[in-house]
Write a protein that binds this ligand. Sequence first.
Ligand code: GLU
Length: 294
Amino acid sequence: MSRPAFRFAPSPNGHLHLGHALSALLNVRAANALNGRFLLRLEDIDLTRCTPDLEREMLEDLDWLGVPLEEPLLRQSQAFEHYRKALEQLQDLGLVYAAYLTRAEIRTFVADYETNGRIWPRDPDGAPIYPGDHAVLTERERKARASSDAPFALRLNMADALSKIGKPLSWQEGGSEGKALFQPDQQIAVEAAAWGDVVLARKDTPTSYHLSVVVDDARQGITDVLRGKDLYHATSVHRVLQELLDLPQPRYRHHRLILGADGRKLSKSSKDTSLRSLRELGMTHAELRRRLEL
Ligand code: GLU
């Protein structure tokens, strides 16, 4: 059997915080415990928010953490060709459509819908399910947008995708740290319909998080995706895309999250939990491990 391969896949669109440190260190530990590889991937498809300075600072933080970097690093911004090909495969299956509603139009649609006590469905991240252009635009307006240079998103027709697959899907969920790394996997049922028609690409970006993550986990030969519990439900979307694109399915291991003093998930914009500021305040590795309960 080949060696397990783990990866840490941050986006250089802000500074790493304690949650990233936990994720990176758990991946390194699991890779060591299972005699596996540890790979880094920079998820920098958002070319406006991800900058070379933030990338350099992120690599400095990882160096401080003692995370070993296997070269070459995979940068998603240099792999657009691969995502384009995957997108074409899905288009050839007839499962992709151009969606023209702007975020503001979706918000207004949902607010109108909910005025009389009805509830519009939300995806597991809390975003409204895409209502479809026809819910808001007349046929004339739809045609006008399609023939103009209006912005659009390319979305997966989830209902058609699920009927094309035609069987229930699941994923293997393993433990993320300590002895649990060696426990048998659980099978988790995929619930992708709850996501609605997810975005696969946009007019100016030939990919999205969901599309590039499955393409790259396959390209890097990742056998074990160890990431935060905040991405647990997204795994349903990833399994659907793997199935449609005929990609191997890794094992998933979703780890605990580090919460802020307010009980919420940490964000890249909160300064007081960024690794850089903690380092500047003199935090040692031992203190970091204590804070992360490692
Ligand atoms: N790039 C994602 C993030 O920074 C992680 C993606 C993943 O681990 O699947 O949250």
